[in-house]
Ligand binder design. Structure first.
Ligand code: IVH
Length: 684
């Protein structure tokens, strides 16, 4: 075959680049890919192959040029042609109303002002300069007047166009926005860092900043960064639309992914509603936000309002309550868990963070303490976001008092005095006391009666503690021999409460095999594994007799879990307890048929249940939907098939509506269950 003429190679290269840019646009901007990933990869590799044969044809805007370049010695400081301003803050609805009033007065405008509403992304502000459609420079905000040139790093970010899309863009265009790291990418990055024993990042903003500060852009290229463009700075050669939201639409046409929460409000009242809605949805968004930004939508009005010192008069940031705060670590106590693991727990000076007052946080284990290098007396950063338990994410080292004390692990179990030993390969220490340890006994019993186990209503931790301390119960089986008199004599109980507890215990005897297995508290056997075991073996005796090899045939059961299960059923005292429980009347439908043997009308469907249901608990509804093959998830995403929403549903419902996910109410769900029960009547 004759070698291709260079004209025809250039034509091939241009065609490939245009195709790849088009696919990128469809994928990132329109969120609507037109070809499978494999086709994209094929074209991309083809382009790479041609470019590696003819390196002189590589241009900086080629989609292959996102892998990073040779390390720099330092970043250059460059003056912004137009300063990058900051925003005034509002912390309450009244601040917003006052802001709106100020603007109306200044504009001598009687009617409502139209605002663009945007999330305030918690990332790093950036200025991107395009000349003739090509990205030529990326600057950090710096002090607002001078920024650092981080072009090489920014070029590696897939959602930053290297070349603008279309052909109607201004000859010189400065796009401003925020570079951020989505929560999922942040979690994955930290998981990998933890596994490699490397430094982990405190939060997504920190991770984004650290990634952009790399002198070696090949490192930045590996970090999951994204861009959200929120305004235009300088623009030459062409006028822009007269409304901010239309400018954002132009940016979308030129290749910048729009933010999914952008909205227009026709009054300040609607802005307040937007702030409320986004506050509710905050934890379910894929990225961290620290507030919302309202901007006067009409550019003429913006110009008329102008600036005051370093902030525009026409915009305001309405902040959310902080999810990170400083406090002091006052002491560390050691708690004994149900399987004997001894966990250090931080006692903190109470601090209001993420909407609640936090005074405890787990320190996990020795490795975590070493990683944080935390001492008693330290000032620490506590983070609480969403439903996640509070975490100490970092220590403020320069506030360390001289008498800060190192955290010393006990040699003995704090509850029973048995030796506390290090387990090879584990960062935890463990109490060797087994069931002689009252702390382990209490935890095991609390677990047994908990909601996802036997679900004994009204038998809380405090009551279990009293029962164990008074030696009224030693094992879970003793619960079912408790008498009315024994219970009624306890402080704050009385006969009525005693009767309620007995009734709840009685009701709990009728359970399911999956719940019973979970209730036993076998190490590493959580709710899902218990369900898999019940589905696989159908009967408790079959599970109790299974060897490790057989156990590993069950979904999610690896050698470690198989070993723990085997260990549990080898111990005669455990078998005795199980037998006693059955003698005392704990029962479940024998032979629960494995889910995979039943018709699975809801297979492949992912469901989220939120709010309060009237006819059953969310857990019970989940069990019923799972029996039909559905996967029950905790958070809403584009992949959710439908949600079931009862009264009180909040951010999950909002998110489902925003994503166009189908919403069922309780009656719809009942109808769905009834419909399938009719065709699936061999289920339990
Ligand atoms: S507008 C003159 N819009 O918040 C207007 N800023 O102090 C300036 N930010 O660091 C910014 N999300 O990077 C605007 N949707 C948004 C934003 C946003 C985050 C950041 C910005 C700056 C700070 C404002």
């Amino acid at each position: 075959m004759a070698p291709k003429s260079s004209d025809s190679v250039i034509a091939d290269i241009n065609w490939l680049r245009d195709e790849i840019n088009r696919f990128n646009y469809q994928y990132y901007v329109l969120d609507d890919p037109s070809v499978p990933d494999a086709e994209y990869d094929r074209l991309f590799n083809q382009l790479k192959a041609i470019e590696s044969e003819q390196p002189s044809l590589i241009t900086p805007d080629s989609p292959t040029q996102r892998v990073g370049a040779m390390p720099l010695a330092a970043f250059k400081t460059v003056a912004h042609e137009k300063p990058m301003l900051s925003l005034d803050n509002a912390f309450a609805d009244d601040d917003l109303i006052a802001f709106d009033k100020r603007l109306k007065d200044r504009l001598e405008h009687a009617g409502d002002i139209e605002y663009a509403c945007e999330p305030k992304l918690d990332g790093i502000a950036i200025s991107l300069l395009y000349e003739d459609g090509l990205l030529v420079r990326a600057l950090t905000r710096g002090d607002g007047l001078n920024g650092e040139d981080i072009t090489a790093n920014v070029r590696t970010i897939k959602t930053v166009p290297l070349k603008l899309y279309g052909d109607d863009y201004p000859q010189r265009l400065e796009v401003r926005g925020e570079i951020f790291m989505p929560k999922a990418g942040f979690a994955a990055l930290n998981d990998a860092a933890r596994a490699a024993d490397e430094k982990i990042f405190v939060n997504p903003r920190n991770a984004a900043a650290g990634s952009l500060r790399q002198l070696d852009s090949r490192i930045t290229a590996k970090r999951p960064l994204q861009l959200c463009a929120y305004s235009v700075g300088i623009h030459e050669g062409q006028a822009l639309p007269a409304k901010h939201t239309d400018i954002l639409l132009s940016l979308k046409r030129w290749g910048f992914a729009p933010n999914d929460q952008l909205q227009v409000a026709s009054s300040i009242a609607q802005c307040i509603a937007y702030h409320q809605r986004l506050g509710d949805a905050r934890d379910s968004l894929d990225y961290d936000i620290d507030g919302v930004v309202f901007k006067v939508n009409n550019i003429n009005q913006q110009e008329e309002l102008g600036f005051v010192s370093r902030a525009p008069r026409w915009a305001i940031a309405y902040k959310f309550p902080a999810q990170e705060e400083l406090t002091t670590l006052e002491a560390v106590e050691f708690q004994v868990g149900r399987t004997g693991s001894i966990t250090p727990v931080a006692r903190l000076a109470p601090v209001f963070v993420g909407g609640v007052t936090v005074s405890n946080a787990t320190l996990h284990n020795r490795d975590e303490i070493a990683r944080l290098d935390v001492r008693v007396g330290d000032t620490v950063i506590v983070r609480r976001a969403g439903d996640v338990i509070p975490q100490i994410v970092a220590v403020v080292k320069d506030r360390r008092p001289v008498d800060a004390a190192e955290i010393i692990f006990p040699a003995q179990c704090p509850a029973c005095g048995s030796p506390a030993t290090e387990v090879p390969g584990e960062a935890a220490i463990r109490c060797e006391g087994g069931l002689i340890c009252p702390a382990q006994r209490k935890e095991a019993i609390c677990h047994f009666v908990s909601r996802k186990a036997l679900d004994v209503d009204g038998l809380g931790d405090k009551l279990v503690e009293q029962l164990v301390d008074k030696s009224l119960i030693t094992t879970v089986a003793d619960l079912f021999t408790l008498t009315r008199e024994q219970l009624a004599e306890l402080p704050r109980m009385g006969e009525k409460s005693a009767d309620n507890v007995l009734a709840a215990l009685n009701a709990s005897k009728q359970t399911s095999l999956a719940r019973f297995i979970y209730a036993l508290g076998i190490r590493e056997v959580g709710e899902a594994t218990a369900r898999n075991l019940a589905g696989h073996f159908g009967q408790l005796d079959a599970l109790a007799q299974a060897d490790e090899e057989v156990l590993q045939q069950v979904d999610d059961v690896g050698p470690v879990v198989a070993h723990f299960i085997r260990d549990f059923f080898i111990a005669q005292e455990n078998i005795d307890i199980v037998n006693r429980l059955r003698e005392l009347g704990v029962h479940w439908p024998e032979q629960e048929i494995s889910a995979s043997d039943k018709p699975q009308p809801l297979a492949e469907q992912t469901v989220v249940i939120t709010g309060t249901l009237e006819s059953m608990s969310r857990d019970q509804a989940g069990e019923k939907l799972r029996a039909l093959g559905a996967k029950v998830a905790g958070s809403v995403s584009k992949k959710t098939s439908f949600i079931v929403a009862g009264p009180g549903a909040g951010s999950k419902l909002t998110k489902a509506e925003a994503l166009g996910v189908k919403v069922l109410n309780e009656a719809d769900m009942q109808a769905l269950l009834a419909e399938h029960a009719a065709t699936n009547n061999n289920s339990d």
